[in-house]
Design a protein around this ligand. Structure first.
Ligand code: AMP
Length: 137
């Protein structure tokens, strides 16, 4: 694997650029997607430097999925949605645009779903949602 240390999520992990953090532990970080497909669209990433799901050791993947499960629960309880879509793209051929492994958590009613990464959201609204979800974690 040829991991790009300058990808945007590596910069977020280093604190070089900001994010709307909702959860962090020793192995993972969860933060708001700033171009949400639906209200509350959240990303969960491992701190381990992996580009795709094939590049991460199983124990680190388990830590990541444990955080995914926690955040899905917080999204359901804080946003009152019926469902949360979990999406994860491997490789540019699959539509992956940021080369650091990440899981999309998209609370939604399917009729409201936008294409991901297409339209910047309302930053004040995203920040407020991050605080609300974070408080449930
Ligand atoms: P993917 O196409 O699966 O690689 O998804 C990358 C996601 O990262 C997209 O949904 C983007 O909206 C999101 N994104 C890109 N830059 C940032 C950023 N600085 N902070 C939060 N989300 C971002």
């Amino acid at each position: 694997m040829n991991y790009d240390n300058d990808n945007i999520f590596a910069k977020i992990l280093r604190g070089d650029i900001p994010c709307f953090k909702v959860f962090e532990d020793e192995h993972t970080l969860a933060f708001m997607d700033i171009m949400p497909q639906a209200e509350g669209h959240t990303l969960v990433i491992p701190k381990f430097a992996a580009e795709t799901i094939l590049d991460i050791p199983a124990d680190q993947l388990i830590h990541t999925m444990t955080t995914v499960q926690k955040v899905v629960s917080a999204l359901k309880s804080t946003l009152g949605v019926d469902g949360v879509i979990l999406m994860q793209l491997n490789g540019s051929a699959a539509g992956q645009s940021v080369p650091h492994l990440h899981f999309h958590l998209i609370p939604t009613h399917l009729s409201n779903l936008k294409r991901h990464g297409s339209e910047q959201g309302d930053m004040d609204k995203i920040k407020a949602l991050a605080e609300k979800i974070s408080a449930a974690l």
